[in-house]
Unconditional design. Sequence first.
Length: 292
Amino acid sequence: MVVATLGRSHELAALLRSLAAEERRDFELIIVDQNPDDRLVPVLASFVGLMTIIHLRTDRKGVCRARNLGAARARGQWLMFPDDDCWYPRDLLARIDTLRKDHPADFYCGRATNALGQTIMGDFAAAAVPIEPATVWTTLIEWMLVVKRSDFDAAGGFDVAIGPGSDTQWGGYEIQDLALRLLSAGRTGWYDPAFIGHHPDDRSNRTTPAAVAKMRLYSMGLGYVMRKHGYGFGDYLPRLLRPLAGVVVYTFTGKPGMAYRSWSIFAGRWVGWRTAPTPISPHGAPISRSGL
């Protein structure tokens, strides 16, 4: 389990407590610490002896760069990439074993939920389905991904040009990019909504300048990834029309903040599509940008 972390300390304790309560301990936890100080040292010290923890320090920022760095040190056959503020059920590893037995595949993903088990952080498919180019948008989230380490390495890891801290305008959808590269290499994936993890449910004001700017960056990432992997404009058009419809609806219902948010999503998606690289082949020619 590779955890990229920056700017947090006590939030990590929830993840560590959940892993310390796991029914099995045949895993290692690799903390890739991008902080310039020692804020994590006392947090990690409380869990020494309860699990195998490797504390890596790096001054190179970027969540995907940190994940790749940690994955390069991993010794297990499978990788996960927990968020530094998520937590898991105590039978997580048993659930993974059941998935591997019932649906042999090269990578798996599940559903993001809050503490009550309610779906958060996106729209997820209601039924178990293969992860394919048509379903990657409703079956994936980074901290529920389980992937063979050998396949992750062969795919070049996460693209460091995408995601938070990448220093590019492509602010999200790095997990879809990785999955599409795995699929293009002949690997198979499986999604099960019953395979869940937990994350704080952030219901803060979605119309603050920071929240709107974040959504614009994520939206540019969507355009980038879809164009990079050979999706046609007909596939992309509904993703442009939906936020435009939101602009109209929110304007006429007296919600200017939400209307501006929808416009920023549309603008980000349009810029992302227009400025993305030309794909080499439909649905993803592997592009190695491991950037360790």
